[in-house]
Structure formats: C-alpha cells, structure tokens
Design a binder for this molecule. Structure first.
Ligand SMILES: [Mn+2]
Length: 374
C-alpha cells in the first residue's frame, strides 16, 4: 500500500498582513500531482489543515477542492484535527466528508468509540490533537508534575489505540522544532516520550512540528513538515514537504522523503544602520518576504521609506528589542483571539494553552448568548 503523508498546511495563515493561502493552495496542487504520478492509494493528513478556528472562506474552498480532486482520482483520505483547526466544525462536517471517501476526526475518541477505522483492508487509529489543558486539569500542579501527567495520560490514550497505522498530532520528545512557535511545547516539555509510541503501529503519521524528520524507528514515526515556510522563525533551510510511505503487507514502513520548497522563502536580514543603503539592491532582489533587524536607531521616516521601497518587506525590528514596526496594518482586522496571540508573542509568551483557554471562554460566552430563552 502506498501512502502520501502530509500535515501542517495552515490554510488561512496571515503573516504580518500577507495572506499565505494562495501559496499553500499551489502546494496542495503539487501534492495532487504526486498522488497522480506515484499511484498513491491513501492520503494521510495529520492535522493543522487550517491556521485558526475561523478560517477564511478561501481557505475552506481550497481544502474542499483538494478532497474533491482526490475523490476524482479515486483516492481516499484520513484526516485528523490539529491544535489550530476548527475541531468542532471538522467534526460537524465529517459525515459530508465521508461521502467523498474522507474519514475526518475532530476530537479524540477511544478505540471503542470509533477512534479506529478500517480503510483498504487496513486498521488505522486516528488521534487528533488533545489539549494539554484538557489532559492536565490541575493548573496549580508543579510544572514537572504537569509534564509528567501529560506524558502519562498520552501514554494511556496511545496504548488504547494500537493499530498497524496511526495518525497523531502532538510533539514527540526530542523533535527538532521547525518554528519558534513550537519552542514552548518542546522546552516546556508537553511532549510524548518516544517510549510511549504504540509498538503495534507499522507507521505513525505525525503532525505538529513543522520540520520534516523521523522521530522514532520502532515504531517508524515521521513528521512530514509544513508545506510552506510559515514563519520567519522557521529556518529557510528547514526540511519540509511531504512523505511517500510504502506499507508492505507486513513489517515496518519504508519512507521516502519528498523535500520541497513550495511557497515563497522568508528571510531575516540583520544589518547595522550604516550597511542599509549599500545592501538595498540585494534586499530588492530577494524573491520572498523580508524581515529586517537593524542595529541602530531608524527614524520613522527612514522606516516609511524602506516599506515604500521594498514591497515585500513585512517587518522592521530594532536589534535586541521587541518588534517595533510591523506592516500588519495592511491586513484584515484582527480577531480578539489573534490580537491576544500577537500580544503574547510580543511578550515572548507563545503559550498555546492560554490561547486555548481564551478560545474556550469566548465559545462559552457565544453559547450562552445563543442559548434559547436567554
Ligand atoms: Mn502546525
């Protein structure tokens, strides 16, 4: 059986006012070409199809188009939600997706509840993102306790889902981050030790970390990486793309990495103020998006001039300081959740758990407002 494993599309991603969705859409077309060319039997999408709980209509349209094209090719797909996805929405749409041969799980289920499905004569376990907040309820626990109880709870869940094939969206201990975004999970060690990975799996299709890498040999477990470079914090050189997986009738999977450079590159230039004029030509010619970190004091007029001169310049920051100027004003208005995310980021606290808590509160308020009789 031939599988194409992909994850972390982040459709709807807006980087400092620039919507990356069209670039991600191009990468999805390239994936379909691989499915066609390589005679893929099954596609695995291991979470973070979307970048936020309320994705743009264009983002949704591109995902729908992708799965309809797969259907036209006669190729089924397994899909799990990641931490960025509209989990409930995916869950609600699951019966509709099933009509085109796509099995979608928005929230985690145990084996007996349908956490394991059959596809092409094969059993597959589907484990969408499980929030640390839900798994570790006592927020006043010692940090070390919290991380240990998270790992223990994940070990139990994984043990319950033994299958030859498994999809999961979580960080495995020791994984090399692709993005600043994930440093929290790794250093904060909300990560699953490799010893907790289910040995019955002949292939474990992971998502969450944006750098392509193998994280375990037994069971064989890989992250395919994101489709495009999503953030300046992700190295331009970090491996990403997709994975072509051969699953023989027995024995472990063989994985053939597909390394691609879909989308535009993002590059940070660190320059002294005096160098700026001399290197303007080089900056102009860079084919992707730019961030400048400048040593020395730039006047507001100088910044304006830079933004006017370099349309692909997205941010100018002072070296050693928090971001001071952003081109974000060009973009759509920020939602409350995005604004809070940006606030946390600017303070160096990209904590997924805090964002999720705010999201849950907002949802509760919404439900209360919409509840009948109120
Ligand atoms: Mn992701």
């Amino acid at each position: 059986m031939r599988l194409l494993h992909t994850a972390d599309w982040h459709l709807g991603k807006v980087l400092k006012g620039v919507d990356r969705t069209p670039e991600i859409g191009e990468a999805l077309k390239a994936l379909l070409e691989i499915v066609r060319r390589e005679g893929v039997d099954l596609v695995l999408v291991s979470g973070d199809l979307f970048d936020r709980p309320q994705p743009s209509a264009e983002a949704e349209a591109l995902a729908v188009e992708f799965f309809l094209e797969l259907k036209a090719l006669g190729v089924p797909a397994l899909v799990i939600a990641g931490n960025h996805d509209p989990k409930e929405r995916l869950e609600a749409l699951a019966p509709l997706f099933a009509l085109v041969g796509v099995e979608v799980r928005g929230r985690p289920l145990f084996r007996e509840e349908g956490g394991v499905v059959r596809v092409g004569g094969l059993e597959a376990a589907l484990l969408p993102f499980v929030s640390e907040r839900v798994l570790v309820k006592k927020t006043f626990q010692e940090a070390e306790d919290r991380h240990r109880s998270y790992a223990e709870a994940m070990r139990r869940i994984l043990g319950n889902l033994q299958s030859p094939l498994m999809l999961g969206h979580f960080a495995v201990e020791g994984a090399r981050p692709g993005a600043g975004e994930f440093a929290f999970h790794l250093t904060g060690s909300y990560a699953v030790p490799a010893s907790a990975l289910p040995l019955a799996a002949r292939y474990l299709a992971l998502g969450h970390i944006h750098r392509q890498q193998q994280v375990s040999e037994a069971p064989v477990a890989w992250y395919p990486g994101s489709l495009v470079q999503l953030d300046f914090g992700e190295g331009e050189e970090a491996e990403r793309g997709a994975l072509l997986v051969e699953l023989p009738p027995s024995g472990p999977a063989q994985v053939h990495p597909i390394r691609e450079r879909w989308g535009k590159p993002l590059r940070t230039y660190r320059l002294a103020l005096e160098e700026l004029d001399g290197r303007l030509g080089e900056l102009e010619r860079f084919p992707g998006y730019l961030r400048l970190v400048v040593e020395g004091r730039l006047s507001p007029e100088q910044k304006d001039r830079l933004f006017r001169h370099l349309p692909h310049l997205l941010a100018v920051e002072a070296a050693g300081a928090l971001p001071v100027v952003e081109a974000g004003e060009r973009g759509p208005e920020l939602s409350l959740l995005e604004a809070y995310g940006r606030y946390l980021k600017e303070r160096g606290r990209e904590e997924e758990a805090l964002l999720e808590r705010l999201e849950a509160v907002l949802r509760e308020v919404e439900l209360e407002t919409l509840a009948p009789g109120t």
